[in-house]
Design a protein around this ligand. Structure first.
Ligand code: BDP
Length: 317
């Protein structure tokens, strides 16, 4: 009798299209509440509704599925279906996108979005197909600045310091240009590395500085805003290729909607984070940015492969 009920129930569920959704695992190094995490959740809800429950996105937060290099690899292999990462660690897999890690590349925020949402941004999103990924969209990640165990107010203060950077060659070169040593390291390890003095500092945007609680162990935040490296949402090409044209359109539309939401959450959190870290004891310093900018120019000679792209980016008005 019980069996019969189960069978009836299951067939009824099939009939209304509620049966076993196809679950996409999506990775993020940030916790719940972080703009990128909430944006991907929102995208998932839209997709679930629009496909009558056929697809569901489960976001695995806080680096549960590995660091960014690992989740990119897993997404290429379709072991997980999506990952939201910074474009910085993607450079190792697809070099051209590393151009976005160049220091002081964008004149301002407006220029940044014009480039990302214009032909150059599209071209680089499309480019990742060569390595087995589909780029769905970029998200805001603001500007990255230094935070250290001892105060930094001008580039000379960085001399001899070990600064944790993302897994990205441009960032290593930038630290060298500024007189420091770049130490590539996974995000999850940064707190302890700062706490124990394995590194003297790191660099990131205010929401990361706050939510990863790095302000507790590196309380001097110098807003030199050396880079604007966007976030990117990647989906496995192996998975993507199985979607129908209509489903692809739903995924893409949902991604675009989630970008608007992320941008809104980002602005809010950027402000909240700056307030919260100061309440938590961090000291914020606004330096003379031009001093950092001048030294950072040396990085441009080291990456001749970006010359054309940089020229095109600069020409975007
Ligand atoms: C944050 C990015 C995250 C990066 C992290 C890092 O949102 O994707 O992995 O920086 O520095 O701003 O590793």
């Amino acid at each position: 009798m019980k069996r019969l009920l189960v069978v009836l129930l299951v067939s009824a569920m099939f009939a209304v299209g509620l049966a076993a959704p196809i679950v996409l695992k999506s990775a993020d190094v940030h916790p719940d509440g972080y703009p990128t995490v909430e944006a991907v959740k929102m995208m998932g809800r839209i997709i679930e509704i629009m496909t009558n429950g056929k697809y569901r996105i489960e976001v695995y937060t806080g680096g549960q599925l590995g660091d960014e290099k690992e989740t990119i690899e897993q997404t290429i292999m379709n072991a997980i279906q999506m990952t939201r990462v910074s474009v910085a660690p993607l450079q190792t897999f697809y070099d051209p996108i590393g151009v976005f890690a160049m220091p002081y590349l964008f004149r301002d925020e407006e220029h940044y979005w014009k480039v990302l949402e214009g032909p150059i941004g599209e071209e680089l999103l499309k480019g990742v197909e060569k390595i087995g990924l589909v780029g769905l969209c970029y998200y805001d990640a603001g500007a990255r600045s230094f935070y250290t165990r001892k105060p930094v107010q001008k580039p000379e203060d960085l001399k001899g310091m070990k600064i944790r950077v993302q897994m990205n060659e441009v960032m290593v070169a930038l630290m060298q240009a500024l007189g420091a040593t770049g130490v590539p390291m996974a995000y999850a390890e940064v707190y302890t590395a700062l706490q124990t003095g394995v590194v003297d500092g790191a660099e990131n945007n205010p929401p990361s500085y706050y939510t990863a609680r790095h302000f507790e162990v590196a309380p001097y935040y110098c807003l030199d805003e050396h880079t604007r490296i966007p976030e990117i949402l990647l989906i496995s090409k192996a998975f993507w290729d199985k979607l129908t044209p209509e489903e692809k359109l739903i995924f893409k539309t949902a991604a675009i909607a989630s970008v608007q939401y992320e941008k809104y959450l980002w602005k809010k959190m950027e402000e909240e984070a700056l307030e919260a870290v100061q309440k938590g004891g961090a000291k914020i310093f606004k330096p003379d940015i031009s001093a950092f900018q001048k030294l950072a120019q040396a990085v441009y000679d080291k990456f001749p492969q970006y010359k054309d792209l940089i020229k095109r980016i600069q020409e975007v008005k």
